[in-house]
Design a protein around this ligand. Structure first.
Ligand code: FAD
Length: 289
């Protein structure tokens, strides 16, 4: 995505601390992540409405202006009005951040769809592209190697993804996955459909069993047998889980780079120790020596 010809893209996702914690708790994490030479850091955003974006603005501001790294602000639109979306974009631009990951946001489990003015991510993308004030923005979007859970079939998933990309997307970041063959099949599908923007592969190192339960629930990522077997065997051994989670992610990354992936987007879970261990194992592979 943001790489030159010799390097594989290398980026991290972080999330704002819980509402009860100060945003400053993330700053040590940022200082550690900077040492790992990412092309950019993306910062998540709760989809509950415009008020949720404040922490994201504060953190992308720190990433960009204090830690001097590229920042990408996540921006779910499902609960936003057009005016709120314009204000949110202006808040990012005011702190010098002109890269967003345009998202729909997850629908609440209670089935109450928020009363925003956007139904899907492509509505937001067309909206941004229609505004002269934000014409320099780079827009990234999400994609799903196992198709989005709401999609009834692959045909509709890829059709809407193509529509989203054609509405003005510069690059895609994938949902996490644990089996690279799913990613390779997905890449064949999208390239055959004429989607040719760069795609960063989302990799999540799993270092405890709570994470697995959450992921299966939230992302519906499928878990390969080898993965389950190892996790079951060592789930009550934190040190082993750290080793295994990092090793599994490293194995995925090396295979992806060997297959010519555009970039790796590491879901860091705000854990720089994990990101550091992985970086040390793949730095030559991703061209960061
Ligand atoms: P869309 O692209 O709108 O797609 C959602 C579903 O609708 C798909 O089934 C698609 O096929 C279908 N569809 C798309 N366009 C149309 C259309 N025009 N008409 C009919 N159907 C359509 N959530 C957050 O709340 N905050 C975050 O910070 C966040 N970060 C994320 C980062 C990444 C890398 C990823 C992969 C996900 C992230 N999410 C985040 C979760 C995301 O919001 C959910 O996965 C959400 O359910 C879908 O978002 P989307 O932008 O992919 O949706």
């Amino acid at each position: 995505m943001l790489q030159d010809n010799k390097k594989t893209g290398w980026s991290f996702e972080i999330f704002p601390p819980r509402r009860t914690a100060s945003v400053s708790t993330i700053y040590c994490t940022l200082a550690d992540l900077k040492k790992l030479k990412p092309d950019f850091i993306s910062v998540t955003y709760g989809a509950g409405g415009a008020s949720q974006g404040g922490q994201t603005v504060e953190i992308v501001n720190a990433v960009k202006n204090h830690y001097e790294m590229n920042a990408v602000a996540h921006m779910p639109c499902i609960a936003l009005t057009r005016d709120e979306a314009r204000n949110q974009l202006a808040a990012f631009k005011n702190v010098g951040v002109e890269k967003i990951l345009a998202l729909r946001g997850d629908l609440p489990a209670d089935g109450n769809v928020p009363h925003g003015e956007f139904s899907h991510a492509d509505d937001l993308i067309r909206f941004v592209r229609s505004l002269d004030d934000f014409s320099d923005f780079r827009i990234y979007a999400a994609c799903y190697p196992e198709k989005h859970p709401d999609s009834p079939d692959w045909e509709s998933d890829i059709r809407y993804l193509k529509q989203k990309v054609d509405s003005g997307v510069d690059g895609l970041i994938t949902q996490l996955f644990f089996s690279n063959s799913l990613f390779y099949d997905f890449m064949d599908r999208i390239r055959n459909a004429g989607i040719d923007v760069p795609v960063e592969a989302g990799i999540m190192p799993v270092i405890n069993s709570r994470q697995i339960e959450r992921m299966v629930q939230l992302c519906r990522a499928s878990l390969p047998e080898k993965f389950c077997c190892v996790m079951n065997r060592f789930s009550d051994n934190p040190e082993a889980m750290f080793e295994i989670g990092c090793a599994y992610a490293v194995d995925q990354i090396i295979d992806l780079v060997a297959h010519g992936v555009d970039g790796i987007h590491l879901y860091t879970m705000n854990n720089p120790a994990v990101a550091t261990r992985i970086f040390e194992s793949v730095r030559a592979v991703i061209g960061r020596n």
